[in-house]
Design a protein around this ligand. Structure first.
Ligand code: HSE
Length: 325
C-alpha cells in the first residue's frame, strides 16, 4: 500500500470498557459503556514494526512494554502486517482502567490502538475489518479469541457475536433509559484462569435455560421492555463457577437488586459486577449500595455509572492527516 509520508504526526483514540457476557450470553453478548475507557496515542516511525513508547495512567503498573506482549502492540502489529504498510508505529498507552477487571481492559487498549493506527495511515479499514486484529490481541491476553469485549469496544452499543470464525457480529439498540453500573472490587481474577475453571461440557437443561434467558433478553431489548431484559440476566453456566471466586458476590448482587437493579451479574470473567438500572438516579443508588457491601468487607472499589456507549472507539485528538496513496 502506498503512503505519502505527509503531515500526520499524532493521533489519539479512546475505546470504552465493556460488559462481556451480559450474564446470559457467555462469549456471545457484550456491550460498551461510556466509561471507563483507555486512550492510545500513535505516531509514525520510519523504521518498520511497532514499539511501545510509554504506558501512563493510574493503572499503568505491571503492563508489559514489549509490543509483542501488550494487546495494543499485538493488534497494531497484526494490522500493519495485513495492510502491508511499511512504516512503523509508536504507541503510547494511557491506561485508565484496571487490568484483570472483567471490564474488557485488554480489548479497550487494543481497540483504541487500532482505531488510532488506522487513522494515522489514512483510514484504510472499517471498524468491522479491524476487529480480527483485536481478537488476535485477545488471544495473547486471555488465551482465547472471544469477541464479546473487542466487538462492542470497537463498534459501540450492544453486540451479539454469532461466531468468531468467520466473524459474524450484529449490533442491536439498547433502550435509552437503561444505565449500567459497573463496580470493580480491588481483587484480581485472571481471565485465563477464570476460563480454565469453566466446564467444557454443560447439561442439556442448563443449555435450555441459558438459551431461554438469552433470547428473552434480546426480545426485551427489541421491544423496549427493560423489565424483561433485567429478569433475563440469569447465568446458569459461568456464574455458578465464577461467583465463588469473587468476594461478597452474592451479597453485592442482593444489595443491587434490593436497591432497585433490574438485574445484576458478573461483568465478563469478573471480578467486576454490573447492574442494570432504569435511569441515572437509580443507577447511582444501586452503585452506592454495592459499594457499601465491599467497603464493609474491607475491600476497595471503583464505581462507574453510565449509559450504553453507542459510538465505540473514537478519535479524540489528531495533528494533521495523511492520505493513503
Ligand atoms: N466472555 C469471556 C469470558 C470474556 O467470560 O471468559 C469476558 O470478558
Amino acid at each position: 500500500m502506498g503512503y505519502n509520508g505527509g503531515m500526520t504526526k499524532i493521533v489519539r483514540a479512546y475505546a470504552p470498557a465493556t460488559i462481556g457476557n451480559v450474564s446470559c450470553g457467555f462469549d456471545v453478548f457484550g456491550l460498551a459503556v461510556e466509561r471507563p475507557g483507555d486512550e492510545v496515542e500513535v505516531t509514525l516511525r520510519d523504521e518498520p514494526g511497532v514499539v511501545m513508547l510509554g504506558i501512563e495512567g493510574e493503572f499503568a503498573r505491571s503492563l508489559p512494554m514489549e509490543a509483542s506482549k501488550n494487546t495494543a502492540g499485538v493488534a497494531v502489529s497484526a494490522f500493519l502486517a495485513h495492510t502491508g504498510i511499511e512504516r512503523g508505529i509508536g504507541i503510547r498507552l494511557f491506561k485508565h482502567m484496571p487490568l484483570g477487571s472483567g471490564m474488557g481492559s485488554s480489548a479497550a487498549s487494543a481497540c483504541a490502538a487500532l482505531w488510532a493506527a488506522n487513522r494515522i495511515v489514512g483510514s484504510p479499514l472499517t471498524k468491522e475489518a479491524l476487529l480480527p486484529f483485536a481478537l488476535q490481541a485477545e488471544e495473547v491476553a486471555c488465551g482465547a479469541g472471544h469477541a464479546d469485549n473487542a466487538a462492542p469496544s470497537l463498534l459501540g452499543g450492544f453486540v451479539l457475536v454469532r461466531r468468531t470464525t468467520p466473524l459474524d457480529v450484529v449490533r442491536l439498540p439498547v433502550p435509552e433509559q437503561v444505565y449500567w453500573v459497573l463496580i470493580h472490587p480491588d481483587v484480581v481474577v485472571n481471565t485465563a484462569e477464570a476460563r480454565r475453571r469453566m466446564k467444557s461440557e454443560i447439561r442439556l437443561s442448563d443449555a435450555v435455560a441459558q438459551m431461554g434467558n438469552a433470547t428473552s433478553f434480546l426480545a426485551g431489548m427489541l421491544k423496549g421492555d427493560i423489565r424483561r431484559m433485567g429478569d433475563s440476566l440469569e447465568d446458569v453456566i459461568a456464574e455458578p463457577v465464577r461467583g465463588p471466586m469473587i468476594p461478597c458476590f452474592d451479597t453485592a448482587r442482593q444489595a443491587a437488586l434490593a436497591a432497585g437493579a433490574l438485574g445484576c451479574g458478573i461483568s465478563g470473567s469478573g471480578p467486576s459486577l454490573f447492574a442494570m438500572a432504569d435511569g441515572e438516579v437509580a443507577a447511582e443508588t444501586i452503585g452506592a449500595s454495592m459499594g457499601t457491601v465491599f467497603s464493609e468487607a474491607g475491600i476497595g472499589w471503583q464505581l462507574y455509572v453510565s449509559k450504553t456507549n453507542s459510538e465505540g472507539a473514537r478519535i479524540v485528538f489528531e495533528e494533521g492527516a495523511d492520505e493513503i496513496l
